[in-house]
Write a protein that binds this ligand. Sequence first.
Ligand code: ADP
Ligand code: XUL
Length: 519
Amino acid sequence: MSRYYLGLDSSTQSLTAVLINADSNQLLYELSFNYAEELPHYGCSDGFLDLQTAGEVHAPPLMWVEALDSLLMKLHNDGLPMQEIIAVSGAAQQHGTVYLNNGFAAALNTLQPQSPLHHQIQHCFSRQSSPIWMDNSTSAQCAQINQALGGADEVNRISGSVAIERFSGPQIKKFADSQPQAYKQTSHIMLVSSFLTSLFAGRPVGVDYTDASGTNLFDITKKQWHAKALHCCAEQLAEKLSTAVNPQTVLGRIAPYFVQRYGFNIDCLVLPWCGDNPSSLVGLGLVEPGMTAISLGTSDTLFGLFQQLPKNMSPWAHTFIAPTLDYMSLLCFRNGSLAREAIRNRYQLSWDDYNQHLAVTPPGNHGAMMLPWFESETVPKVEQSGGKRFNLDENDIAANCRAVIEAQMMAMRHHAELAGLSPTSIHATGGASQNQTILQIMADVFKCPVEVLKTTNSTALGAALRAIVALEKRPWQEIVDGFSTVQTTSRLMPDQQAAAIYRQMKKQYIKLETDALNN
Ligand code: ADP
Ligand code: XUL
């Protein structure tokens, strides 16, 4: 019998499943289910509801549940070896909150296989829609939390992030303050991850440490809810959240509903779902401190593992507990491809033309520099958009092409260091990671190798790999190294001369950034 593990990823727009074989280290099956296409009756064209109130972005939790049933039915109908799946785990979009009444536990305990889940739990919600990570409507609550806990720096030190609008704590506070009756009728507050875990476990399960770190309510040093933070958010919050769970805990056997309806083995085990970013970290093979990933997408995201919290926590970074129980930092630079595209469009270039311009300009760009904030920026927080040029002629196309890439890499290195990350190797992903010229500048600025991996669906894959570690008690590195899709397709080494130039240039970049922030 082969050892199969199922990993799921409930993201903003879709639910994805991957099935892996731990004997052959292969990814056998991948399937995505798009909410908008397959479940149009929820009215979520991009996976969320279009609310009229400024900054509010919600999604219907029943849509995630119906997607889960539909996806599992597809796996079953596609003839997957459901009987041989040893364990199931998952990951979900972070920060979103689900509010359930006192009927939830009983409903989970008496699930009938003849009827889909969304019919059986539809009356268990004390709030019909869930605010998700795109919700930006809680600035007032963030200010109140910061004040109650002794300032933004203190909230950052305790919880790993300054109070942030999309984080669960401010969202819960807003609900408790504005709908006190509905809050009173709430028995369980879950994150998307723990809500979906509870369905598989057949009982309400607490949030895992990785996702608890995205709430502003969790003490990331002690790995437990922070009493004062809970208290300043809402009454009786500790009971409603229940104890946070170590992500490597085996929660027990899968609920009979899944055995009878989809043919899972009665002994199939359930692990807690994590946040999607922590899970993706594992799916990208980042399991040792020092390893870092950079995704060059619409925005650029950098995340990596480290062991010790820095003395001064960067206000721009989010620090989460990682699935390995190390720490991970996440930095999201809003101007990623947005800024690169701004330059490309300004001079009407193809990516080939762009790379030619990079090829004819030297590292250091003869001292020409840029602050690449073509849109408002999140790291560091800059409200006003507009790239700034220094010693750089706007008509010098080649120098502008190089300036934006060098500036982005300098900013990433500088802010990674502030967040406690000193990359020793970088795994590059995302649309622009196919551009080797850009990746070479990354290798030179960070002075470390940059690798491109085969991995797709790293979040769902990470969930399945976590389950192997929890059950087979094998080392993380051994599991990700053996896994065929976590292997490198190309590797770029830093050029020592260029790295020395960038070391000097970084100091100038930091000065430009600091001056701009102070003005
Ligand atoms: P998303 O954040 O939407 O998932 P992707 O990871 O798919 O984004 O990346 C899309 C971006 O990749 C595009 O906006 C484009 O600017 C960029 N891109 C695609 N090909 C190249 C290339 N050869 N060089 C640089 N950037 C590229
Ligand atoms: C991370 C964040 C998003 C969501 C979406 O802080 O808000 O990456 O996890 O998937």
